[in-house]
Design a protein around this ligand. Structure first.
Ligand SMILES: *Cc1c(COP(=O)(O)O)cnc(C)c1O
Length: 438
């Protein structure tokens, strides 16, 4: 009976491989150790604190990872009556996200945040075209915007008009007014904005943009500070996307997996399904995780995410503001920006970021937003304990001391990671992803 393991017996001889497959001949323990060691060389949210601003790298409950594989057997071409459970998930998510955001309907096709932006802008374009309004060729984007906003608008064929921020970090309404006119398709904003500040003038901005015939697009990638507190729909936004892979669980990074459902206000409901931006029904695994996340946490507890994320961000900001330059000293929401060390000499933000790796912390977002030369953007999220925040604060103070006592230590950091400072462009553009047999 053991002979049955020899599968060559069942295959016609004409189909047999004539040359041996070129594979490394290694034992299972060697393979397991190789990949386990490789996995330890990277930094992940499961191994340490990851305070990356404008990207919500939070810990996600493992129960969601347990649930998803149970749906692995389904196929998008299966008859609808055999996948009623899946349809119920989509239906629930449409209603839940509508309640959370104040939008009316969602499309689940987009597979990432930027993909959602493109889908949303296609809806904006379609909306104007259906009214016979062909002159609206421009989209307004604040100078603090996430880079994907102007990029998506450009990909969608719009010209970009930049609106300035005031010194307090909020959109300058006086700078906005003269930009508005019959050529404006809409504005893209996020609130709290990329500096972690709530745009208090949003109602006025909404009525100005609507007044000129434009629509408001909301970048809801990082929705955690708002959950159950404020709704983009109530602020006057017409179209928005959510990053399920940031706010609603699903570990992300390295390009995926993601889901960026797009919600629309009442008047856009008839066209919500027009842009066909992905095959079938989008990234179901991520949508399912978000469903599990919302159901396990529940309506009441979901409202805790925002206050906790805001408390954690302000706690770090206040604890470190003597060691790091704080250009906008007001209360922040889920994230905030330092402009380098208060007293760092020639020690740069890059040096601080690299030194953090030596102490087991991932670096915050650096050199973004572009408004500050040494930007260091910190977002602790709602999932970290006070002990973790305190450990991070201690290390940030320690690095500030090192900067004045031994700057060379920082210029040459990191010292105890598998690699030092790679050529980041080459690492991104020419990654070596497979074994070379030469
Ligand atoms: C992450 C992010 C995006 C883009 O989302 P992707 O899924 O990476 O495409 C857009 N806007 C903001 C504010 C973000 O933080």
């Amino acid at each position: 009976m053991f002979d049955s393991c020899d599968s060559t017996k069942d295959v016609q001889q004409s189909l047999w491989r004539s040359t041996p497959l070129n594979l490394p001949e290694v034992s299972e323990p060697d393979v397991v150790r190789h990949y386990t060691n490789l996995s330890q060389m990277n930094f992940g949210v499961d191994t340490g604190f990851y305070p990356l601003g404008s990207c919500t790298m939070k810990y996600n409950p493992k129960i969601n990872e347990e649930i998803v594989p149970q749906f692995n057997g389904i196929h998008p071409l299966q008859p609808a009556q055999t996948v009623q459970g899946v349809q119920a998930v989509y239906d629930f998510m449409d209603k839940a996200l509508a309640e959370i955001t104040g939008m009316k309907r969602f499309t689940f096709l987009p597979c990432a945040g930027a993909h959602g932006e493109l889908t949303g802008l296609m809806l904006m374009k379609e909306y104007h075209l259906r009214r016979g309004d062909t002159a609206r060729t421009k989209v307004i984007v604040p100078d603090s915007a996430h880079g994907t906003n102007p990029a998506s608008a450009a990909v969608c064929g719009f010209d970009i008009v930049v609106v300035k921020s005031r010194p307090d970090g909020l959109v300058d309404v006086e700078d906005l007014k003269p930009l508005l006119g019959p050529d404006i398709a809409g504005i893209m904003m996020t609130n709290p904005n990329t500096l972690g500040l709530f745009e208090r003038d949003i109602k006025e901005i909404a009525s100005l943009v609507h007044g000129c015939g434009g629509l408001l697009y909301y970048d809801g990638a990082n929705m955690n500070p708002l959950l159950g507190v404020v709704r983009p729909g109530d602020m006057g936004f017409d179209i928005m996307h959510l990053n399920l892979h940031k706010t609603f669980s699903t570990p992300h990074g390295g390009g995926g997996p993601g889901s960026g459902p797009v919600g629309v206000a009442e008047r856009l409901v008839p066209i919500v399904d027009v842009p066909k931006t992905s095959g079938f029904h989008g990234n179901f695994g991520v949508i399912l995780r978000a469903c599990a996340y919302i159901l396990t946490i529940g309506r009441e507890n979901l409202k805790m995410a925002g206050p906790l994320a805001t408390l954690a961000a302000n706690y770090i900001k206040e604890s470190l503001k003597d060691s790091y330059k704080l250009p906008i000293p007001t209360v922040c929401k889920h994230e905030f920006v330092f402009d380098g060390l208060a007293d760092g000499g020639d020690v740069t933000t890059l040096d601080v970021a690299k030194r953090l790796l030596d102490y087991g912390f991932h670096a915050p977002t650096i050199y973004f937003p572009l408004l500050f030369h040494q930007a260091l953007m910190i977002e602790p999220t709602e999932t970290e304990s006070k002990e973790t925040l305190d450990a991070f604060i201690d290390v940030m103070h320690l690095i500030a001391r090192e900067a004045s006592e031994n700057p060379e230590l920082l210029h040459t950091a990191p010292h105890n990671t598998p690699i030092g400072r790679p050529d980041e462009t080459a690492a991104a553009r020419q990654p070596i992803l497979k074994y070379s047999f030469d």
